[in-house]
Design a protein around this ligand. Structure first.
Ligand SMILES: [Zn+2]
Length: 687
């Protein structure tokens, strides 16, 4: 589970890449350690720790027009993009031979930058696909076409991405029932809007979004030359509303045990009648596959029934519109603009599209991530940075070991398994040991749409050809240039990409207090996922196996419930509360991270006093650094989407996690009556 997901404007196209970024980074370059000038000393830490740590920065910072949010993460994303752009430039200047990585990187980037060709082509690149949709004569052909559109575009466990516009989404990963080889998972799909709430909620702002969305569907169809676009748009919306009704919620989708359903081809026909499954699987190229993990069985039953009951003409329009929506950003200016006006302006609240070169960088990261990553790591992540980060991780693991041993609520047998799991955890730092081989992926200059289409097919084939093969536990799920970190429960592994291992998160020249408060809590967060509701369902080998006693579960649930209630109470927008259930795993990870890192920090002092900085002692610096990890501003539309679709709570509430730490009360003399004050028996302690 990744720890942070920025609001995405063009999520539709670049599913794996983060938010739009502005030209100027508002966070100032600073001395090493906590950034005192970002704090607001007029706010009491016990009333609002987020504002105390970040208030001055928030007051002087404006969200750039081309971005949904701004903060520490986006500043580093900016840096990473600049670095990637430099790598791309070098690749272009190298004049490397056709088929080489450098040539591909340069050509892919160049094809996005070649606006003239893109504009002169208009709708042409997509026309063959639209013609195929137009030629569909019956539901059998419809099923085959839907099957041919299946892509590896979801990842429910590692990157927590549950959304696909296609009818279903594919993920390959170690199997729940046999983690030694790769299995295939299928997930619900079919919606353009971010979650079912957008289709079903009675709230006024949601009705407004649906109105804008219907107009947007019609506009895209009109641009593509379809007759009666308004009539078609209304039917497409109604169909998607029906899909939304049969989908499972995000909170339910996050419960692993509910996803552990193995279906054979015969099971699809008996348990989910409607869709012509034979034709569908023939279209996917998976007709020989014996079994599938079906993540949300009731959604498969419901969606399949809709394929039977809704008229063919409506499904064909739905397919055509989804093609336009997904690939609109790669077409000529009118399509691109219309897509941004809805996806960017309406859904994320971003007024302005960001510069083309940044989007080109995102594209290269998305489609040739490892090729770029290899060049990036060589240039920007020296061996000593890797060694220092490895050292920090080793300290955190030693501390977790101690804390697990000291826990009183876990049964001794469970504790022994937990320690075994911790001891066999694979921690990847900076970059992978092996790089992905893109030689089967063809990149052509001046063929933007074709390059993306082939990249998605390449990715899909890469995934389906490994089904049944032995698992590489050291496989990476994030690129080195990604500002994020991830826990991989089925591999019992963590990845910390190079791009997050830099200031302000990690700074070799900063005092230990701020490194432990910043990157230490992030490392602790990822380790904690090893033992949260999802992580604890997997054993040391990554197999889905219950190694907890009933009493362990009961105790865990009780504490988790208290944390859920704490987060349910937070109001992100008027009337829009954080969903404690949906965010529980991430919140537990934040809690575990801050607790363990605080202890690791104290151990690292070896009894010596920490140096004071601007009058703040070591413990204060630790907590301020943690609070400053979350310094950010988000547009309301993007915040709403986050509350509804993200397993992570909004930043301001992540900073408030400190209210569960006794040491924070001592560090800032927090007293009863202050807004964040919790009496000792209400403070949640899990790990
Ligand atoms: Zn996480």
């Amino acid at each position: 589970m990744q720890r942070f997901r920025p609001a995405t404007a063009l999520a539709a196209l670049f599913l794996s890449i983060p938010a739009l970024l502005p030209a100027k980074t508002p966070l100032p370059a600073v001395a090493h350690g906590i950034r005192v000038r970002n704090m607001d000393p007029s706010v009491k830490p016990g009333d609002n720790f987020f504002l105390y740590a970040n208030g001055a920065w928030i007051a002087r910072t404006k969200i750039p027009a081309d971005r949904a949010s701004v903060g520490v993460f986006t500043a580093l994303l900016d840096q990473s993009r600049k670095n990637v752009a430099a790598v791309v430039k070098e690749a272009a200047q190298a004049h490397a031979p056709a088929g080489s990585s450098q040539r591909k990187v340069a050509d892919l980037y160049g094809s996005y930058m070649d606006e003239k060709t893109v504009d002169s082509l208009g709708l042409k690149p997509l026309q063959p696909q639209l013609a195929k949709v137009g030629a569909i004569r019956d539901k059998r052909q419809l099923a085959a076409m839907m099957g041919s559109m299946l892509r590896a575009d979801v990842d429910p466990l590692n990157n927590t991405n549950f959304h696909t516009m296609h009818l279903f989404g594919l993920w390959t990963s170690p199997g729940f029932r046999n983690s030694a080889s790769y299995a295939v998972y299928l997930l619900q799909g079919g919606l353009v809007l971010p979650s079912p709430d957008y289709y079903l909620s009675d709230a006024g702002h949601m009705e407004q979004i649906r109105k804008r969305y219907t107009a947007h569907i019609a506009a895209m169809l009109r641009l593509a030359g379809y007759t009666d676009p308004t009539v078609r748009a209304a039917k497409i919306l109604a169909l998607e509303q029906s899909i939304a009704r049969v989908q499972e919620s995000l909170a339910d989708s996050e419960i692993i045990q509910k996803a552990n359903n193995v279906w054979s081809l015969a099971d699809f026909e008996s348990k989910a009648p409607g869709l012509d499954w034979g034709a569908y699987f023939a279209g996917t190229g998976l007709a020989q596959q014996k079994d599938f993990y079906v993540w949300q069985p009731s959604a498969f039953t419901g969606e399949s029934a809709l394929v039977a009951s809704v008229p063919l003409a409506t499904w064909k329009d739905w397919l055509a519109f989804h093609l336009l929506e997904q690939y609109g950003p790669l077409l000529s200016q009118p399509f691109e603009q219309e897509t941004f006006d809805f996806e960017g302006k309406v859904l994320a609240g971003v007024p302005q599209q960001e510069p083309r070169w940044k989007r080109a960088v995102d594209l290269v990261n998305a489609e040739l991530g490892d090729d770029v990553g290899q060049l990036y790591a060589k240039k920007y992540f020296p061996p000593q940075a890797k060694a220092q980060a490895e050292d920090l991780v080793a300290h955190l693991i030693v501390t977790y070991h101690k804390r697990l041993e000291a826990l009183t609520w876990l049964a001794p047998s469970t504790k022994a398994e937990a320690l075994k799991k911790l001891d066999s955890l694979y921690v990847g730092i900076g970059y992978p040991e092996k790089w992905k081989d893109y030689s089967a992926y063809v990149v052509k200059p001046r063929d933007l749409f074709g390059n993306v289409w082939r990249a998605q097919l390449f990715e899909y084939r890469y995934n389906i050809t490994r089904i049944g093969k032995p698992v590489d536990r050291h496989e990476w799920w994030m690129e080195p240039q990604t500002v994020n970190a991830v826990n991989l429960p089925l591999q019992n592994a963590l990845n910390f990409p190079a791009a997050i291992l830099q200031p302000p998160f990690f700074d070799a020249k900063a005092p230990a207090a701020s490194n432990y408060g910043a990157i230490g809590t992030i490392i602790g967060h990822e380790i904690s996922h090893t033992f949260d509701a999802e992580g604890s369902a997997f054993d040391a080998a990554g197999a889905l196996r219950n190694w907890w006693t009933a009493a362990d579960h009961e105790q865990f649930e009780q504490e988790a419930k208290a944390l859920e209630e704490q987060y349910d109470a937070y109001e992100a927008l008027p009337g829009e509360h954080v969903n404690g259930e949906q965010t529980i795993d991430e919140n537990i990870a934040d809690l575990g991270g801050v607790m363990a890192s605080f202890e690791a920090y104290h151990d690292s002092l070896n009894g010596k006093a920490a140096p004071k900085i601007d009058g703040f002692d070591g413990d204060q610096q630790f907590f301020i650094a943690f609070g400053q990890n979350w310094g950010s501003k988000v547009r309301p539309a993007a915040l709403r989407r986050q509350v509804l679709t993200d397993p992570h709570a909004p930043s301001q509430f992540r900073a408030a996690m400190v209210r569960n730490c006794d040491a924070w009360y001592e560090a800032f003399d927090v007293r009863p009556g202050e807004a964040l004050y919790l009496p000792p028996d209400k403070r949640v302690r899990i790990w």
